[in-house]
Design a protein around this ligand. Structure first.
Ligand code: ARG
Length: 461
């Protein structure tokens, strides 16, 4: 039987079906390092409270070091009868320190405050690693923007040609949400920097232990203010799951564009061989699998978040065993992004952009019609009328299957007396781009500043 943590009031061990259901070592083992770090800190506050003497503290820390090394080497692993990482490591400690000493460490702590603390430690550590991976994608986007400072492309709304934009402007539009995701991870970390250790099962400890000392040793800014909150809340876990889902969605939107851009019809990009796949039957195929997997994994990350929120909804205070279900979703999110982020940054970094094709398409679909209308406004024409006149230009061109710049001086004058030949100054992609020169606009001077700002932001995060 595995009732070793609570044998006293039971006459026998748990049913096999309960033990199997209860077990979490297959996923919570990844918290072993944090469990042992918590045990070291806990041993020190037991000593501080006079509950361990100096020899006992030394013996305890030596045994914990041995256990740590044995976990790292794989010499110590969870046994079939261990319920969770905490009970397994207690068994390992007792095996190394002996039952007299090893049995003292459990005083004043509960698996409820242990797990709540360890999950925070794990998520804080991985928030930093994920941020690094996201910043690599940002770097790849910035490098592509930097490599194509003057390239124009068709900007779209509703997937229809809208107005010409700089390719660099478009790429940076994918970088900013990712920079905000990194900021969200930093922000999460600031809130997660409080240690539940010392909350006990829910009500705190009567043993004179110092939660602030444990918090400091484990890298937290301080202990939580409320032991019930410390053991029963999982909003921080859900917040982490939201940020990872948001990262997934942001990567998915980049990926969807890469998928479309790599088609014959668009022809905007070629994927590098090392970031594309072939077909087992069609010899000509070159598929954007990285981008498609990114799109697919976004669904999985959203599922991790929604599953966790569903678990939390309606749970009464304080700890409930349902909370054991908080870990697999965020572990899955961590594992998913660990695979995905390097693949997406590699894919973006190695894209070849076909700038001639992009430039050729940039003004098509009457994408300069807004420039005509705004030129008219600068001549004093009310925008309402300017919009009508530019619309009439488009109608004439559509009827004759020509582009705006093909209209002759006579055509222009025939549409409106306001349309002098000087309007041609905006009937070019370069003129259009250069004219959108307010902060945030797509003019090359502004985009160069924006690139520097994005790079500075990335370096500051
Ligand atoms: N393994 C549990 C969890 O992940 C922690 C143990 C708490 N168990 C208990 N019966 N109070 O939440």
């Amino acid at each position: 039987g595995s009732g070793s943590l609570w044998g006293g009031r039971f006459t026998g061990g748990p049913a096999d079906a309960l033990a199997a259901l209860s077990k979490s070592t297959h996923f919570d083992w990844r918290l072993a390092r944090h469990d042992i770090a918590g045990s070291r800190a806990h041993a020190r506050v037991l000593y501080g409270a006079g509950l361990l003497d100096e020899t006992e503290l030394d013996g305890m820390l030596t045994a914990l070091d041995q256990l740590d090394a044995d976990v790292a080497s794989g010499a110590f692993v969870a046994a079939l009868e261990d319920e969770d990482v905490h009970s397994a490591l207690e068994r390992g400690l007792i095996e190394r320190a002996g039952p007299a000493l090893g049995g003292k460490l459990r005083a004043g702590r509960s698996r409820n405050d242990q797990i709540a603390t360890q999950v925070r430690m794990y998520l804080r550590e991985h928030a930093r690693l994920i941020a690094d991976g996201v910043l690599d994608v940002v770097d790849a986007l910035c490098a592509q923007a930097e490599a194509h400072p003057g390239a124009a492309m068709p900007g779209r709304t509703h997937l229809q040609h809208a107005q010409p934009v700089l390719l660099a402007h478009h790429l940076l539009a994918h970088a900013w949400p990712l920079l905000r995701d990194v900021d969200r991870l930093r922000d999460f970390d600031r809130r997660a920097a409080y240690s539940p250790y010392g909350s006990g099962a829910l009500a705190g400890s009567s043993l004179g232990l110092d939660p602030a000392a444990v918090a400091a040793e484990l890298g937290f800014d301080g202990p939580v203010e409320n032991s019930i909150d410390g053991t029963a809340s999982r909003d921080l876990v859900a917040e982490f799951a939201f940020v990872t889902a948001m990262i997934g969605v942001d990567l998915s939107r980049i990926s969807e564009e890469v998928i479309v851009w790599a088609t014959k019809e668009f022809g905007f990009v070629t994927l590098h061989d090392s970031f594309s796949t072939g077909s087992s039957i069609m010899p000509q195929k070159k598929n954007p699998d990285v981008a498609e997997l990114a799109r697919g994994k976004a669904g999985r990350l959203i599922g991790d978040l929604t599953g966790l929120l569903a678990t939390l909804k309606g749970l009464p205070l304080a700890y409930n065993r349902d909370l054991q279900e908080d870990k697999e979703p965020v572990f899955d999110a961590v594992d998913t992004l660990a695979l995905l982020l390097p693949a997406v940054s590699g894919m973006v970094a190695t894209l070849t952009f076909h700038t001639d094709r992009l430039a050729e398409l940039a003004p098509q679909g009457f994408a300069l019609a807004t420039d005509v209308a705004e030129w008219l406004v600068r001549q004093g024409v009310p925008f309402r009328e300017a919009h009508e006149i530019a619309g009439a230009c488009v109608r004439v061109c559509e009827e004759r299957d020509i582009e705006l710049w093909d209209l002759s001086d006579a055509d222009l004058a025939g549409i409106s007396a306001h349309l002098t030949p000087a309007v041609r100054e905006v009937l070019s992609v370069d003129g259009s781009l250069a004219s959108r020169d307010a902060i945030g606009g797509t003019a090359p001077v502004r985009v160069a500043e924006q690139l520097a700002a994005a790079q500075a932001r990335a370096a500051s995060l």
